[in-house]
Design a protein around this ligand. Structure first.
Ligand SMILES: Cc1cc2nc3c(=O)[nH]c(=O)nc-3n(C[C@H](O)[C@H](O)[C@H](O)COP(=O)(O)O)c2cc1C
Length: 218
């Protein structure tokens, strides 16, 4: 399961049984979070007009993401950001899933109560990453639990860039932040071979630049 839960962005028309969706969330809630604060909230968006707007907002950021990538930047990177006036060509490809968000079987918007986060890198003089750790494991649990039910999905973050517009649309209260929009359904194609780097490429002994971790020969 861990090796085959890939991103699924194309779904059949089959609806997701509400009991199955409930079971997915019921499994996902066992995710870890800092101080076990479980600050996640899930808004299951079914209203077509709301979905259309979420799709439009996400699609606009998708275009920007592509434009930055095509211009040779690592899109939305905080360390080496693309210039604000990066060229956005008119003929960029669109994103079929976002263009047809109305047809996605289930759309879950995950948010988090920022007031319960323990962000241990809050005061460091670098980009903060710890806060997300209290909610993205929950998001990934949703995808794993969906896979366990024969469903597929994808975690998207394009929408987060439009939090100011999304907050009133979904009634997101003050002090809550957008985390992800997760699309779920029956996959048209279930990925089984994911491309990931080998253990030796990221695990080392004693120091960051130490020997790669390998299993000793018997
Ligand atoms: C934090 C995070 C943000 C992501 N944002 C998006 C997104 O906005 N749109 C999208 O289509 N996929 C998004 N993804 C999915 C990644 O593109 C996907 O996990 C990655 O390409 C690996 O794909 P694979 O599992 O099919 O190999 C995101 C994944 C993560 C973990």
């Amino acid at each position: 399961m861990l090796r085959t839960t890939g991103a699924v962005r194309e779904f059949t028309e089959a609806p997701v049984d509400p009991a199955v969706l409930h079971r997915i969330l019921d499994h996902a809630r066992f995710a870890p979070s800092g101080g076990n604060q479980q600050g996640w909230r899930v808004t299951i968006v079914r209203d077509p007009a709301t979905r259309r707007r979420l799709g439009e907002l996400s699609a606009a950021t998708f275009q920007r993401y592509l434009a930055e990538s095509y211009a040779g930047y690592r899109a939305f990177n905080p360390i080496t950001p693309a210039p604000a006036d990066v060229d956005v060509p008119d003929d960029l490809p669109t994103n079929p899933m976002l263009d047809h968000l109305v047809d996605v079987p289930e759309v879950l918007v995950v948010s988090v109560d920022l007031r319960v986060l323990a962000v241990l890198d809050r005061d460091l003089d670098r980009y903060s990453v710890v806060g997300g750790g209290s909610v993205y494991p929950f998001c990934h649990n949703i995808l794993l639990a969906a896979r366990n039910e024969g469903l597929g999905g994808v975690l998207t973050t394009f929408l987060v860039a439009s939090e100011a517009e999304v907050a009133p649309l979904l009634g997101l209260p003050e002090g809550h932040g957008l985390v992800a929009m997760i699309c779920l359904g029956s996959p048209v194609h279930q990925p089984t071979k994911l491309k990931r780097n080998p253990v030796e490429s990221f695990a080392t002994i004693d120091r960051f630049d130490g020997d790669p971790f390998t299993v000793p020969e018997p």
